[in-house]
Ligand binder design. Structure first.
Ligand code: PHE
Length: 339
């Protein structure tokens, strides 16, 4: 029995087989267990002789089972380690890395530039109520300025009326209603107007700026815009032109042009051979400050709004706005935005 069992244990190919042998030898109905049971019925002299033999057998088999089990476990571990080896030096074939879309990239850049000037980032909902988008910004129901925006209204009866925000200016209102001045924020985000051609898409991106503090003047506005445009276009020869204009929520209002020069037949920002409009701005209208529950005698400020997509087009020399939202990798590659 000892020889047979030891041979079988040596030959056991897997942990299951070892376990089966253990049950066969040492289990309740096992061969060795059976032998142990016979001891009780033996005469004392016989038991004195057989006892040590049977116990010895049990110990030998128990030890052999444990050893075989250890060997098999080690083999299994070695096999697993061998099969799971990862060769980190192998070349990878052509999984192109993704890239950040030019619009997101420009928004990140702007957030960084303005962070250096002490501006925090604020946000608001894209589905906006009529009060935040128009009324609080001094654009009453009957005001012709509402026609300036070809607005998407939400279908159905809503009280208040809901729109896809036509500009990021409602974030000015939301910020003034919830934060105590001094306020310095920018608000980048999507805006919507019913418009579509090479330079207009129904959805586009704006970035709003708002400063509310004591003693703020047009000079602060001009310096801030100049500093931001120099940093953004990475040029020192940026020339600005503030043109008197009209927005219901600023007074006075100015449209800001940036000078360009013509290099190899292409317009490049910098210099002053020609002018390109880049943003709308002005001193926040006292009525807007009052609508937000602040005292316009105490607090003044400036605001501006500009198209992020337009800034990206100017910086990277892209000419069709619609291509921004086509998701065509060839276009991204052409402008160096994708591998
Ligand atoms: N909201 C204006 C627009 O969309 C831009 C603007 C913002 C003008 C802030 C003045 C001040 O055209």
């Amino acid at each position: 029995l000892r020889g047979d069992l030891l041979a079988s244990i040596q030959a056991a190919a897997g942990l299951d087989a070892v376990e089966a042998l253990r049950v066969h030898a040492l289990g309740k109905q096992g061969a060795i267990t059976g032998l142990l049971k016979t001891l009780g019925a033996m005469r004392p002299e016989e038991r004195q002789e057989q006892g040590p033999r049977i116990h010895g057998l049990r110990e030998a088999i128990t030890a052999a089972l444990a050893e075989r089990k250890a060997v098999l476990e080690r083999l299994a571990l070695d096999a697993r380690l061998a099969s799971e080896t990862l060769d980190l030096t192998l070349p990878v074939d052509g999984v192109p890395p993704g890239s950040v879309h030019p619009v997101s990239q420009v928004m990140d850049e702007l957030a960084e530039i303005f962070a250096d000037l002490g501006f925090a980032v604020a946000t608001g909902p894209e589905i906006e109520d009529d009060w935040h988008n128009f009324t609080a910004l001094n654009i009453p129901e009957t005001h012709p300025a509402r026609a300036m925006h070809d607005t998407f209204y939400l279908a159905g009866e809503h009280e208040p009326k809901m729109v896809l925000r036509t500009h990021t200016s409602p974030v000015q209102i939301r910020t003034m209603m919830t934060q105590k001045p001094p306020i310095r924020i920018i608000a980048p985000g999507r805006v919507y107007r019913s418009d579509s051609d090479a330079t207009h898409t129904p959805m586009f991106h704006q970035i709003e700026g708002l400063v509310i503090d004591k003693g703020i003047t047009l000079g602060h506005l001009k310096w801030t815009l100049e500093t931001f445009l120099k940093a953004f276009f990475e040029r020192d020869d940026i020339v600005l032109r503030l043109r008197p204009s009209y927005f219901p929520f600023t007074e006075p209002s100015a449209e800001v042009d940036v000078g360009y020069s013509v290099v190899n037949g292409k317009r490049v920002i910098g210099g002053s051979e020609g002018w390109m409009e880049v943003l709308g701005s002005g001193m926040v209208h006292p009525k807007v400050i009052a609508a937000c529950g602040l005292d316009p005698e105490e607090w003044q400020g400036f605001a501006f709004g500009t198209g992020v997509d337009r800034l990206a087009m100017l910086k990277y020399g892209m000419d069709d706005l619609r291509a921004f939202f086509d998701g065509d990798l060839r276009w991204l590659r052409h402008y160096g935005f994708s591998a």
